[in-house]
Design a protein around this ligand. Structure first.
Ligand SMILES: [Zn+2]
Length: 62
């Protein structure tokens, strides 16, 4: 049984490491415009969480 738990823990750690890696890759340059709908945002990369979520969804789907 211990082996199964070890494997599960290992898999979980790999998954977390991968998520962190992806997050770093997705770090966006602030252009003053929403990366999704191109609206002016000032100092943010997206105008709201909906735009951010949609942008991330599209990127993930690629
Ligand atoms: Zn937007």
């Amino acid at each position: 049984m211990a082996d199964v738990i070890d494997q599960a823990n290992e898999l979980q750690e790999m998954r977390i490491a991968h998520q962190i890696e992806n997050r770093n890759n997705e770090r966006l340059i602030n252009t003053g415009r929403c990366h999704y709908c191109d609206s002016l945002t000032g100092d943010r990369c997206f105008c709201d969480v909906d735009c951010r979520d949609d942008f991330e969804f599209i990127n993930r789907a690629r």
